[in-house]
Design a protein around this ligand. Structure first.
Ligand SMILES: NC(=O)c1ccc[n+]([C@@H]2O[C@H](COP(=O)([O-])OP(=O)(O)OC[C@H]3O[C@@H](n4cnc5c(N)ncnc54)[C@H](OP(=O)(O)O)[C@@H]3O)[C@@H](O)[C@H]2O)c1
Length: 269
């Protein structure tokens, strides 16, 4: 598939699908077709992005070599039933379906497609919207030949790694939902600053820049190293750590990830 533009279809022009379309359309390596049930979702891509839009998922599947299904988990089954005929015969054999839905296993997707279909599963996150996403990818045997191009697609919106599918529910909990946890922590910090008398806009700038700066530091040193560099013995950070840990901060993080992992497992049932 190298050389010519890759034909990529996206079903669902929402938060994840829309981020992909935005970034992929800026590169000339992709020939994009996008479908959604909402005409207004498609409108913003119809003009200015050089993307084909259609209200028919089947049409998007027929035009694509790689079809990315980017709808809510409970909508995936009906869409697969609609697009399955596009994966039949000699033409269909060279195509692949890529699902980004939380909790929907490769096996369940393959069962709704013609036998032997190539299926890959990707768990991205919302940071894809600013090109700083993280994604993990798993594939069935037939999908392996499509793995390089699928990784290339998701590299356009961030970092991509291969991960065994058995760890997808945990990864969904960790980085799929991750931006929401960081946002929760940011909001709590801002509120705490306001409570101590710092004007809201100043607290917001201080917290945003601290989180952005720390994420850069984390690329070059371990989390515990940053903690030790900030924490003077007997100082303010040490006092904050004792208070936060007494209040169960770390245990709350463990519980949250465990609850999200279990919820992802339940979605698969
Ligand atoms: N958002 C995240 O942070 C995130 C992170 C990791 C993984 N994911 C996964 O990514 C998937 C998409 O999530 P999202 O947040 O991007 O969803 P979203 O913003 O709701 O986008 C999905 C789009 O597809 C449309 N749609 C629904 N049924 C359809 C159909 N039958 N045919 C065509 N289009 C249809 C939706 O319309 P309606 O609004 O009417 O339903 C919506 O416009 C989910 O399965 C989720 O598990 C999301």
């Amino acid at each position: 598939m190298s050389g010519a533009a890759k034909k990529v279809g996206v079903v669902g022009a929402g938060k994840i699908g829309g981020s992909l379309i935005g970034r992929l359309s800026a590169s000339d390596g992709f020939d994009l077709t996008v479908s959604d049930i909402h005409a207004e979702q498609l409108e913003r891509f119809a003009t200015g992005y050089g993307v084909e839009t259609t209200s028919s998922n089947r049409e998007a599947a027929e035009a694509a070599q790689i079809l990315i299904v980017a709808v809510k988990p409970w909508d995936v089954g009906a869409i697969l039933d609609e697009v399955a005929p596009a994966f039949e015969g000699a033409d269909g054999a060279g195509k692949a379906v890529v699902s980004v839905a939380a909790g929907v296993p490769i096996g369940a997707i393959a069962r709704r497609l013609p036998e032997g279909a190539a299926v890959l599963r990707v768990m991205p996150n919302l940071c894809a919207a600013v090109g700083l996403g993280s994604a993990v990818v798993a594939t069935n045997e037939r999908g392996r030949e499509h793995l390089p191009v699928v990784m290339e697609i998701f590299r356009h919106v961030g970092d991509v790694m291969e991960l065994p599918e058995r760890l997808f529910d945990a990864a969904t909990a960790l980085h799929g939902s991750g931006p929401a946890y960081v946002a929760l922590f940011a909001d709590a910090l801002i509120q705490a600053g306001v409570r101590e008398g710092i004007p809201r806009d100043v607290a917001r700038r201080l917290v945003n820049q601290t989180i952005g700066g720390t994420s850069v530091l984390l690329k070059e040193r371990a989390a515990h190293q940053i903690r030790d560099e900030v924490m003077t013995p007997g100082g303010t950070t040490a006092a904050a750590f004792v208070a936060m840990e007494k209040a169960g901060f770390v245990a709350a993080v463990y519980d949250g990830i465990e609850a999200a992992t279990e919820q992802a497992r339940r979605l698969a049932e």
